[in-house]
Design a protein around this ligand. Sequence first.
Ligand SMILES: Nc1ncnc2c1ncn2[C@@H]1O[C@H](COP(=O)(O)OP(=O)(O)O)[C@@H](O)[C@H]1O
Ligand SMILES: [Mg+2]
Length: 273
Amino acid sequence: MVTLAAAPDLIAEGSSLRVREVSKSFAPADGNVAERGEETRALERVTLSVAAGELVSLVGPSGCGKSTLLRLIAGLDAPGAGELWVGPEPITAPSAERGLVFQDPNLFPWLTVRRNIEAGLVARGVLREKRNEVDEFMRLVGLEKFAGAFPHHLSGGMAQRVALARALINHPKVLLLDEPLGALDAFTRMKMQDEVLRLWRARRTTMLLVTHDIDEAIYMSDRIVILTPSPGRIERIIAVDLERPRQRSSPEFLRLRGDILELLHFAGSTAAA
Ligand SMILES: Nc1ncnc2c1ncn2[C@@H]1O[C@H](COP(=O)(O)OP(=O)(O)O)[C@@H](O)[C@H]1O
Ligand SMILES: [Mg+2]
């Protein structure tokens, strides 16, 4: 167990994140709006502030713009309107300071666990100076015994730990998680939720977590952002004022769960009408 006081270089402060009046539309597949009709309004006037070190979940049905919002924050795409900042910096391009982890860990199958974690450092040309950190991060995610293993030998949960270590080694100010636990079985998933919470606490990274799983959102988040589709916009932001570690079957937890389900159901039925 790494104690934070003994390892000050392991402490990284996350940055605040601001999304202001952000809209994003996509043209129909053939690009012909006139003939094919409407553009997809993936996001419409989305405004959201996340404090440094906060863990916020995005919840909503498929197609409500969750991944689009993460891509804009990652700098992989530009908004049609509106502005995005990390701390005082406007987001204009991708940066290692904004790490992304997807449902598919996307490991290089021909590289060992260690080489997979090092890959980003190699790409940035900083492996020589950062090599000693690779061991720290493998320890941080509990993979030190698997440094020489190849991805096909790893369970889904372990592969996702590699993906988390690979993102965290860049000391991201914001970590963007797009359904990172979505492919795991229920038991592994709950264990990994605790793991992500532990990393969040250890690193103090600002985290934005997309999830379909309402229990996961309540268990993990400081706040839950509920999105609705067509156009993708924020329906409600719910603060989760429950002490951690949270009890999944406590009355407060279940009440919140019921409220969110009702909200999503109601939002879904109005969107379909
Ligand atoms: N590159 C793209 N081109 C066209 N349409 C897109 C593109 N990316 C997303 N969309 C559309 O935008 C909407 C939001 O998508 P997405 O952000 O992936 O939703 P979510 O992650 O919440 O399921 C969907 O209707 C989707 O089909
Ligand atoms: Mg998505």
